[in-house]
Design a protein around this ligand. Structure first.
Ligand code: DQA
Length: 144
């Protein structure tokens, strides 16, 4: 299944569209998933989009992506980005490339968002473009 891209979303991203729209925009996660599926069809890639509020689920899904193997993982780990050594270790432990994604640009926000454990292990990062960050990340995944 080398043509599958996992798109993993962490805590509070199920509330996209309702949650601080001035920061995160008005698109829901389903809106983003629909667009990625259209884009995936054009690129010949299958999209497996998931969301969980639980850190361990994200880690299990990274392992699953590696076992398949998936072509790439696009990961918006929400606030776990800034706290999770376990996510850092999981990304380091697998061979599948992980692209870190954020809707907002954490570097222009509170200082506690300036550190990214995920970014320290990821292949690359796309941040600050709203829902377009996911589109740009999928284009990058297709070219890996
Ligand atoms: C986010 C940025 C994080 O700092 C925040 O905790 C989120 C969303 C983003 O997509 O901009 O939950 O990952």
């Amino acid at each position: 299944m080398a043509d599958t891209v996992f798109v993993l979303n962490g805590p509070n991203l199920n509330l996209l569209g309702l949650r601080e729209p001035e920061i995160y925009g008005s698109d829901t996660l389903d809106d983003i998933a629909g667009r990625l599926e259209d884009q995936g069809r054009e690129l010949g890639l299958q999209i497996d989009m998931r969301q969980s509020n639980h850190e361990g689920h994200l880690i299990d899904w990274l392992h699953e992506a590696n076992a398949l193997p998936a072509k790439a993982v696009i990961l918006n780990s929400g606030a776990f980005t800034h706290t999770s050594i376990a996510l850092y270790d999981a990304i380091k432990a697998i061979k599948v490339p992980v692209i870190e994604v954020h809707l907002s640009n954490p570097h222009t926000r509170e200082s506690f968002r300036h550190k990214s454990f995920v970014g320290m292990a990821a292949k690359g990062t796309v941040a600050g473009f709203g829902a377009l960050s996911y589109t740009l990340a999928l284009d990058a995944a297709a070219k890996l």
